[in-house]
Design a protein around this ligand. Structure first.
Ligand code: SAH
Length: 377
């Protein structure tokens, strides 16, 4: 029998596992406290669990973490890990300290099918989904590192803004979120876990009633013409359908919930004052805030980051028109850890085209032709 990785199991999965073996459901509590509160991964050290049961667990379960290949620390305190998934491919995870906040930016897929024109991850193509265990494993690795290297800090937020589109890996993402939010897991409150999507409308709709995590939507333009150029998925799910799904999500939440719209500012593409006014009109009466992210360049990209006065001008126009907006500072640029710079490394390229198609088909029927450059290189 193949051993199951405990990190991919929620509290109720573990309770069911123990119950099926004739054990008390409470064993799940004990196990999770060791794993996620004490960061003890070795069954032998879980001394409040009987040795005989520990042996059964060792036979049937495993605790497998993605292997850390490299850790880079930026001058500004940002940390980037290159980790190896079970497939052999590598993924990146980033810790961003900001005052008292310690935000971990995690990956949900190896590569990405969406191929947004300004994002380095899309350029490497798509090589598969991560399992819930590999998503949880990134967080656990980061916590283990913090315990050793920054013992006074504690993880406070997790954002699905690393590699991949979390809503195209829906089940694994929300299974992992169960563990992130669980008091026996990482104990992060609902507003401290953010799922960021390029606008996968059926995914947002499926979130309604299922979850209360914070939602961020990568908008990048107030009209379909520009947005379709930047985010090809917009041809399938135009702005109006995305906004309707966002409205439905807000309606499913308590009145304090807001949505974050991310807007990557690219010189002479989406950074004009007129577009800021259009954006303000689009977001009028919406409980939201806008996160402005100056474009982070990567090799091979022809886009440019607007100069500071242009960014400031866009920001001010939005605020003058009644929109709450924040300018996100670029973090970890010296270690290529900023938004859109995460690439990892793909090892097995043999099944890439097939996997790409599978990825495209998971939640919506592809209407785009598959960009050959991303699949075949
Ligand atoms: N697929 C998800 C999450 C990953 S991207 C999504 O699209 O939301 C996380 C954020 O980084 C998104 O808002 C994305 O648009 C932004 N981003 C990607 N590449 C970027 C770049 N080169 N410069 C600045 N922001 C970028």
């Amino acid at each position: 029998m193949r051993r199951q990785n405990v990190l991919g199991l929620s509290r109720s999965d573990l309770e069911n596992y123990f119950e099926a073996g004739g054990e008390k459901r409470f064993r799940a509590t004990q196990l999770m406290l060791w794993l996620y509160h004490k960061l003890v991964l070795d069954f032998d050290r879980m001394t409040n669990i009987a040795a005989s049961l520990r042996q059964v667990m060792a036979d049937e379960l495993g605790v497998e973490l993605p292997e850390v290949l490299t850790v880079l620390e930026s001058e500004d305190g940002t940390v980037k890990w290159l980790m190896q998934a079970q497939s052999g491919d590598t993924i990146e995870t980033v810790l961003i300290p900001d005052g008292r906040r310690q935000t971990l930016c995690i990956s949900s897929q190896v590569g990405c099918v969406l191929d947004c024109t300004f994002c380095a991850t899309g350029k490497q193509g798509f090589n598969g989904n991560l399992g819930a265990d590999e998503i949880v494993g990134q967080v656990l690795q980061a916590c283990l590192w913090m315990k050793k290297n920054r013992p006074s800090e504690r993880l406070s937020n997790v954002v699905f803004m690393g590699m991949g589109e979390p809503l195209l890996n829906f089940d694994a993402t929300f299974k992992a979120i169960d563990v992130l939010k669980d008091d026996l897991g990482f104990g992060l409150s609902r507003r401290r876990v953010t799922v960021s999507t390029a606008g996968v409308v059926p995914g947002i709709e499926s979130m309604c009633g299922l979850t209360t995590v914070a939602l961020a939507v990568s908008l990048h333009a107030p009209n379909d013409e520009i947005r379709s150029e930047l985010v090809p998925l917009n041809r399938r799910y135009p702005i109006e359908s995305v906004m309707n799904a966002c409205r439905a999500y807000l309606a499913s939440q308590d009145v304090k919930a807001t949505i974050t719209f991310e807007y990557t500012l690219i010189e002479n593409v989406n950074d004009s004052p007129t577009l800021a006014i259009d954006l303000a009109k689009l977001l009028k009466d919406f409980r939201c805030k806008v996160n402005l992210i100056p474009f982070n360049p990567f090799p091979g990209s022809t886009y440019k980051r607007p100069d500071d006065s242009r960014i400031y001008g866009f920001h001010k126009k939005l605020m003058d028109n009644g929109v709450r907006a924040m300018r996100r500072t670029t973090r970890g640029a010296d270690i290529d850890a900023a938004c859109g710079q995460l690439v990892g490394r793909v090892n097995d390229r043999t099944r890439r085209v097939a996997r790409y198609r599978e990825g495209m088909n998971t939640i919506y029927t592809p209407v785009e032709k598959i960009p050959a450059s991303t699949v075949l290189n």
